[in-house]
Design a protein around this ligand. Structure first.
Ligand SMILES: CC(C)(COP(=O)(O)OP(=O)(O)OC[C@H]1O[C@@H](n2cnc3c(N)ncnc32)[C@H](O)[C@@H]1OP(=O)(O)O)[C@@H](O)C(=O)NCCC(=O)NCCS
Length: 148
């Protein structure tokens, strides 16, 4: 099956929203509430199409968006990363393919931080496998930094 990783297009908004909003995924994010498509769509446009410093990549399998990987600039001029796959595509190595591919596409230059809930073993393993190093932790989260 052919997998393609590319920068998100404007019309990938709905697919990204569905993945972000899936109840099985939401529990792992900072904001766990469902988001309406209207509010997501405006945010998506502002974030990735009016500001070209933020980047969102998607992995397509046979033409369907299976997951996204976002790099959002933070106030320290580094990126905060967020990655998620549609639950139907999880646990088959695609998270690794998407993360490693997106890191190659974004290139070196800025620091990349990941904030992961302590119980999220798949995500922790995924980041560690891709050269993210733990640099702090608190009661809820583990914080990792990408080592280029
Ligand atoms: C986190 C996520 C992107 C990982 O993608 P994935 O395709 O499911 O993961 P992969 O199949 O590429 O596996 C990555 C590693 O995690 C391990 N892993 C996968 N699922 C796991 C699980 N449920 N528990 C423990 N380890 C797991 C894999 O074995 C692999 O490690 P290995 O190569 O040493 O065997 C995906 O599961 C997801 O979208 N989760 C919900 C949203 C989320 O948690 N996002 C991250 C927020 S910080």
């Amino acid at each position: 099956m052919e997998n393609i990783i590319h920068q998100a297009r404007r019309d990938d908004s709905r697919a990204v929203w569905k993945i972000r909003n899936h109840p099985a995924n939401r529990c792992w994010f900072n904001t766990t509430e469902a988001i309406s498509f209207g509010s997501h769509d405006g945010w998506f446009e502002n974030k990735y199409f009016k500001n070209n410093e933020n980047k969102c990549f998607v992995l397509e399998q046979s033409g369907a968006v299976a997951g996204y990987c976002r790099f959002d600039l933070n106030e320290d001029d580094g990126y905060i990363i967020s990655i998620a796959l549609d639950p139907g595509y999880q646990g088959r190595g695609l998270g690794n393919e998407l993360l490693s591919g997106a890191l190659r596409l974004i290139g070196a230059g800025k620091s990349i931080l990941a904030e992961v809930k302590r119980e999220n073993s798949a995500s922790l393993r995924l980041f560690e496998k891709n050269n993210f190093i733990k640099y702090k932790e608190d009661k809820e989260n583990i914080y990792l930094k990408y080592k280029c």
